[in-house]
Design a protein around this ligand. Structure first.
Ligand SMILES: *[C@@H]1O[C@H](CO)[C@@H](O)[C@H](O)[C@H]1NC(C)=O
Ligand SMILES: *[C@@H]1O[C@H](CO)[C@@H](O)[C@H](O)[C@H]1NC(C)=O
Ligand SMILES: *[C@@H]1O[C@H](CO)[C@@H](O)[C@H](O)[C@H]1NC(C)=O
Ligand SMILES: *[C@@H]1O[C@H](CO)[C@@H](O)[C@H](O)[C@H]1NC(C)=O
Ligand SMILES: *[C@@H]1O[C@H](CO)[C@@H](O)[C@H](O)[C@H]1NC(C)=O
Ligand SMILES: *[C@@H]1O[C@H](CO)[C@@H](O)[C@H](O)[C@H]1NC(C)=O
Length: 371
């Protein structure tokens, strides 16, 4: 009896605390400039930043995703003609089998009428990155398999699923690493288009920076949303770059659509999260930062165009089992600090300097401390 009463009291205290905290957060968000100058508040300030992000997005929807960040950059500036010669040399080396291809780029889908055009454009686009890239689709759908393989893609079966049939990310990395010998491996959502800025950037990162390829590394970047991409527009790197400039919008750092890793990235230790459901992207970046792997934001040197359709920009949030990853991660780790997995928190980033890609250290970001 008394323990029951105790529980009720405790719950009341917690509720009261939460209520005052929300008021406090609300006041602080709306008064940020006013309290910034005090040294005492600086500490609180950092905590509140974290709380603000932790409380709001993950209770309901990832709200930040639909609010444009206060940024003046609409799309990423890409100097794609930086070192064409080096890229050509690399192509020759790959064709002569003196180098392995740069990247195995894989994704997964089954036939879906609404997405058919998007997928067709992606199939063509990823194939255009050959021989730098080996495009792979994981599917058990024989029509998709036949179509992709006719267009030069590799096809692998989906072996391990969860959340009612959704592929588990880590096993796809395992399978491609067993099958294909490339310097890097990446899962990407199937609606993302790339240009020569991808191989250009990767060649330079591999040959001209101090990144240690024998150590775990993860590269991610923001995407540029473009509505109503047509086959013509998606058919050439030049056109993709043009539509990104003309009508693209750089999305915010909560969405991570592709994950480029080195062979030594310890995928076998990674939680069994599934693709296409929220939470795994930010968690993966947070986890990698926490484990002190090399995490690099390549937004500034790699254009990734998201083909935005009617379903909009937060598809992973409307499916059934939408909380599968979150629930799994909470079971494993209790508290997930997703806000530390946003792109803005990544310490390293790439940048073109006089046409050459270099890896820079970002200035200290408030609220990004990976504990
Ligand atoms: C996609 O490609 C397939 C096979 O090439 C074709 O049959 C289909 O009509 C295309 N779909 C769209 C929407 O363009
Ligand atoms: C896909 O096909 C393979 C056999 O090729 C099978 O082992 C696997 O269980 C299938 N996956 C799903 C999700 O049905
Ligand atoms: C992968 O390529 C490297 C470098 O060319 C080579 O040394 C290695 O033997 C290859 N491994 C496999 C499994 O083909
Ligand atoms: C990049 O690396 C290549 C091969 O290691 C070298 O020949 C070239 O001079 C380097 N370029 C720059 C700009 O450092
Ligand atoms: C994309 O197409 C939809 C209808 O299909 C239209 O409402 C929308 O304005 C278009 N967006 C752009 C940027 O053209
Ligand atoms: C680029 O797009 C335009 C129309 O949007 C098309 O006419 C042209 O052929 C495309 N360029 C290439 C190289 O495919």
């Amino acid at each position: 009896m008394s323990s029951c009463n105790n529980k009720v009291t405790k719950r009341r205290v917690v509720l009261l605390f939460l209520a005052s905290l929300s008021v406090y957060i609300y006041l602080c968000i709306n008064n940020f400039d006013g309290i910034k100058s005090s040294a005492v508040y600086k500490v609180v300030d950092v905590k509140l930043q974290s709380l603000k992000m932790e409380f709001f997005p993950w209770r309901g929807i990832k709200q930040e995703q639909t609010t444009p960040l206060p940024t003046t950059i609409r799309v990423v500036k890409i100097h794609s003609n930086s070192d064409k010669e080096q890229l050509q040399k690399y192509r020759t080396r790959i064709l002569k089998k003196e180098s392995v291809p740069l990247l195995t780029l894989f994704t997964t889908w089954n036939y879906n009428l609404e997405k058919d055009l998007v997928h067709n454009i992606t199939v063509y686009n990823w194939m255009s990155l050959n021989p730098f890239v080996i495009p792979v689709v994981f599917t058990n759908d024989s029509d998709v398999a036949a179509d992709c393989s006719r267009k030069g893609w590799k096809v692998l079966p989906v072996l391990i699923t969860a959340a009612e049939g959704v592929p588990v990310l880590k096993y796809m990395y395992r399978d491609v690493m067993e099958k294909y010998n490339t310097t890097l491996y990446a899962y990407s959502n199937a609606d993302i288009l790339f240009t020569d800025s991808l191989p250009d950037s990767l060649v330079q990162i591999i040959t001209n920076t101090s990144l240690d390829l024998t150590q775990p590394a993860l590269m991610v970047g923001k995407r540029t949303n473009v509505e109503n991409v047509t086959s013509d527009e998606g058919s050439a790197w030049y056109n993709i770059t043009k539509i990104a400039k003309d009508r693209g919008t750089l999305f915010n750092g909560w969405a991570e659509d592709y994950f480029i890793t080195t062979r030594s990235f310890p995928w076998h230790d990674i939680a069994e999260v599934v693709i296409g459901r929220r939470a795994y992207d930010n968690w993966l970046v947070f986890y990698s930062r926490k484990m002190k792997y090399s995490v690099i934001d390549i937004t500034r040197t790699v254009l990734a165009v998201h083909q935005t359709t009617k379903a909009g920009n937060s598809e992973g949030h409307s499916h059934k089992n939408k909380d599968y990853n979150h629930n799994l991660l909470v079971k494993m780790y209790k508290i997930i600090r997703y806000h530390l997995g946003v792109i803005e928190c990544i310490e390293k980033y790439t940048q073109y300097e006089y046409g050459i890609v270099s890896i820079k250290n970002r200035n200290y970001q408030k609220g990004c401390e990976a504990g």
